[in-house]
Design a protein around this ligand. Sequence first.
Ligand code: ISE
Length: 335
Amino acid sequence: MTIRIGLIGAGGMGRAHVERIEKELAGGKIVAVADINLQGAKAVAEPLGATAYASGPELIADPEVDAVLIATFGKVHAPDVIAAVQAGKYVLCEKPLATTPEDCIAIMDAEQKAGKQLVTVGFMRRFDTGYQEMRAVREGGELGHATLVHCRHRNPSVPENYTTRNMIDDTAIHEIDICRYLLDEEIVSVRVDVPRATTRRFEHLQDPLVLVAKTTSGVLIDDEINVNIQFGYSIECELVMEAGTVRLGDQEKTVTRDGAGNRNAICRSHIDRFHAAFNAEVQQWIRAVERDEHTGSTAWDGYAATCVVDAGLESLESGGREVAVSMIAKPSFYA
Ligand code: ISE
């Protein structure tokens, strides 16, 4: 069986998904592409023999589309996610699910009305084998309970239109989700600290930042967000427990040794660092759609991350005050 996928958003992330679905993964085919820039949609659709649309709702209504992949900007996700759910179609939506808690609640309401979980949020790190093994170590229980998580999220550079808020809502959102996944508990408060800025940034940007968060049981998370680190794309994470620690290994399989010393290659972006995780995520989603099952993170996970982001933004704007995360009670639908 081939799952006929409609892609909304023909930008870089959308095109990376097309590549993997057409060339690396099994069981899926892109049959339609929508973008507000119709020329952009056509450029991706035509070589595939797919239909191009200028809007998400047109693509979602196409009976040839079995499932929907959304790779547009976070701000415009909600109406397309809701339309897909109302059409009874599975949807894999890139992070963030939506940019306000209210929009996430509207998505959860639509899903509960539909009576089944149809929404997967593209938190691809959950499909990275390193993070999966870290979680398994904690769950194994031999090292005791978790006390701390140290995270570093470093990008070589960012474009000029990237803002300081994006450091929380576009970048740190990955650690917010992956720490919820590693610890299996909610984040209850957030503080954002502002260190001395790097000169290697656009003037409008406050870079780096450190986000400090606490979970229900009191685990303390610190996340260095540093988006002009120059040398490459580098993600680190260490989970500290009572009798040991577990941390992400280096992603590269080989180390070169020569007259200049020992070194491994460095990734340039999330697309290459998380290539295998993206593939696993999309492959498992296609297989799950085939079986008429949900997979990956839920709309609740998308909502929780957005609520933590909101508290982080409030802290940033209030000069680093610790802000409590405000969330509705978890509906039993997502238990
Ligand atoms: C980007 O949108 C991502 O999702 C990347 O994983 C992250 O490293 C980057 O900072 C974001 O802008």
